[in-house]
Design a protein around this ligand. Structure first.
Ligand SMILES: [Zn+2]
Ligand SMILES: [Zn+2]
Ligand SMILES: [Zn+2]
Length: 229
């Protein structure tokens, strides 16, 4: 018997009852905040989602920072979870203890969602004044070097002398708007391709870590089957 995906975020009793009733079900453990895209998927019998770790003695399965999404059909559960999340990249990791999925699952939100810009307006990277400032650029390169922080390419190595010293500079949005601008912390070198992908269709660029995850993604075919390409 299949049950619809359900989210448990307001008390452990219904969650534990669900586990009891659906020993062959699946559970996605995720942060309460929907902007958080990282999660892990387990089988209902996995000890990791049935017992609170020592450090969480005062905690709860569903009341604090973590919530649970449960379902008996894995594809439907994953789909439901991805729809609810407001992150540009959703990564559902595989639990090594219960092996609910063969590999980590990735879902990239296409540009055009999540408060994005209309596509034609945003395919060109608009380089801001800080990214253009030669001194800030020099400080950024002194700190990070000339390799792209996202994909690791060294353009001079790939193209030879015509690409000597060529790299774009990207400003990482700081979390604290009152923090003073620090070129060594706030600027990173990125190749033109990665720079475009960071900004493509978005008001707030992807984070470097998210773009790295996109590049590492190994399960495109799985994801395409589930999400219809
Ligand atoms: Zn597990
Ligand atoms: Zn790159
Ligand atoms: Zn940028």
């Amino acid at each position: 018997m299949h049950s619809d995906p359900v989210r448990f975020d307001a008390g452990d009793a219904p969650y534990l009852a669900w586990l009891q009733e659906h020993p062959r079900g699946y559970v996605i453990n995720a942060r309460r905040k929907e902007e958080q895209g990282a999660a892990m998927v387990h089988r209902a019998h996995c000890p990791h989602i049935r017992s609170l770790r020592n450090s969480d003695q005062t905690g709860s399965f569903t009341l604090r920072n973590w919530v649970k999404y449960a379902g008996t059909d894995l594809d439907r559960l994953v789909h439901h979870f991805v729809q609810e999340r407001k992150a540009p990249l959703v990564v559902i990791s595989r639990c090594k203890a219960c092996d609910a999925v063969p590999r980590d699952l990735y879902h990239e939100r296409p540009p055009g969602e999540l408060g994005a810009l209309p596509d034609e307006r945003s395919t060109t990277v608009r380089v801001n004044a800080r990214e253009r400032d030669p001194l800030a650029r020099a400080q950024c390169i002194e700190r990070h070097g000339l390799r792209c922080m996202a994909c690791g390419v060294d353009l001079a190595q790939r193209y030879g002398p015509i690409a000597e010293e060529f790299i774009e500079i990207h400003e990482v949005p700081t979390r604290d708007p009152r923090a003073e601008f620090d070129p060594q912390r706030d600027l990173v070198p990125v190749c033109p391709n990665c720079h475009s992908m960071l900004h493509r269709g978005r008001l707030t660029p992807l984070s470097i870590d998210d773009l790295r995850s996109v590049l590492r993604r190994a399960v495109r075919t799985w994801s395409d089957t589930v999400f219809g390409g």
